[in-house]
Write a protein that binds this ligand. Structure first.
Ligand code: AQP
Length: 343
């Protein structure tokens, strides 16, 4: 049987990129699960703290994220859905793994390298100002490994951008297994489940991905956006001035991104969508995208609104999810503590 684990940060309401790049796949994995499979989905609050968060906004985002996960079809009877930050087994394991992690491995993480690059001294480009970066940002891939290994996960559905972190999880599992091999390996090596869909790009700057934390709110479509907001954001999406519609991500990234979104909504091929709009203009394409997005969002949006009023129910789902998660991770930690000598 498979143990599937994945997580999402409570840094805001998820957008279409999170949905097509990750969340929709979680629902599919749940709905296609075979008897005995275990599915664990976590809202990873500790990861969110690697960047400054407004405490009240974080608290709201945490609860909203749970409501969104339920609204899109995750079912607490079939999946374990819980808040990472309510299960200290993750941080305990992260600490133990930190003590086995070579610094060099963390320095090679592209996420760290891009943070470093962004903090170059304004006066001297060759000088990196590490004082602006917190230690959590450096070591959070180890926390991610702990998230996964605490459940002895075998399958981890995440975007391509996470492949390097998953590789680290495998390395750390292997280092632990080889360092403490009392009676066989402790951790299975987790595999990547590649999400088949393409990256969704920012509606305002198609050279970057759609992101929860980009400053321009019009650059992303949230799963809870109203019909009129969706229309307005798509209408103002950046495209190009070429006549007719073709799918060409290199030269027409904005147009290609709209085609990608439409295709993801309808389950069509991008080239088929492009062919359908070949003789039409951007106005028609945008209207088509808005309609397709509305079809996808209307169910989850209504369910989200309903669930937001069910605070007691949400708290119960979170509490029960945590209990089930903790039962599994506590067993892992018992083995880990015994192996490293903390008994
Ligand atoms: N634009 C995207 N297209 C496809 N997949 C995406 N993912 C994120 N953006 C896109 C996938 O969503 C999952 C959860 O992401 P996360 O919350 O852990 O953080 P992230 O990857 O950093 O996503 P955001 O939305 O940009 O959040 P912030 O702004 O908080 O950093 C991951 O599997 C990711 O691949």
């Amino acid at each position: 049987p498979r143990v599937v684990f994945s997580g999402i940060q409570p840094t805001g309401i998820p957008h279409l990129g999170n949905f097509f790049g990750a969340l929709l796949n979680w629902v599919k994995l749940q709905n296609d699960a075979r008897p005995g499979d275990r599915l664990i989905f976590s809202i990873v609050g500790w990861h969110a703290l690697t960047l400054p968060q407004d405490p009240r906004a974080l608290s709201t985002a945490r609860r909203d994220m749970l409501a969104v996960l339920l609204a899109i079809g995750l079912d607490p009877k079939r999946s374990i859905i819980f808040h990472q930050d309510s299960n200290p087994n993750h941080t305990e394991l992260a600490w133990i793994l930190n003590c086995l992690t070579p610094m060099g491995k963390l320095r090679r993480m592209t996420t760290w390298k891009s943070r470093l690059a962004a903090s170059r001294n304004a006066n001297d480009e060759s000088e990196v100002d590490e004082s602006l970066l917190n230690a959590g940002l450096f070591t959070y891939p180890v926390l991610q490994a702990a998230d996964i290994l605490a459940y002895k996960a075998t399958h981890v559905p995440v975007g391509e951008d996470q492949e390097q972190h998953l590789e680290l999880s495998r390395d750390l599992a292997d280092i632990f297994n080889r360092s403490f091999h009392a009676d066989g390996p402790t951790f299975p090596l987790p595999q990547h489940v590649i999400t088949p869909s393409r990256r969704v790009l920012s509606l305002k700057d198609p050279s970057s991905k759609m992101s929860k934390s980009a400053p321009d709110a019009n650059s992303r479509i949230l799963l809870t956006d109203s019909t009129s907001t969706v229309k307005k954001k798509i209408r103002s999406a950046v495209t190009d001035s070429i006549t007719g519609i073709t799918y060409d991500p290199q030269t027409r990234p904005g147009t290609a991104n709209l085609i990608t979104i439409l295709a993801a909504c309808t389950g069509e091929d991008t080239l088929a969508v492009a062919a359908r709009y070949a003789d039409k203009g951007h106005g028609a394409l945008k209207a088509g995208v808005a309609d397709a997005v509305e079809e996808v969002l209307k169910g989850p949006r209504a369910e989200f609104e309903r669930l937001k009023g069910e605070r007691g129910y949400l708290d119960m789902v979170a509490r029960e999810g945590t209990e089930r998660a903790r039962e599994i991770s506590e067993e892992t930690l018992r083995g880990v503590r015994a192996r490293v000598g903390l008994v």
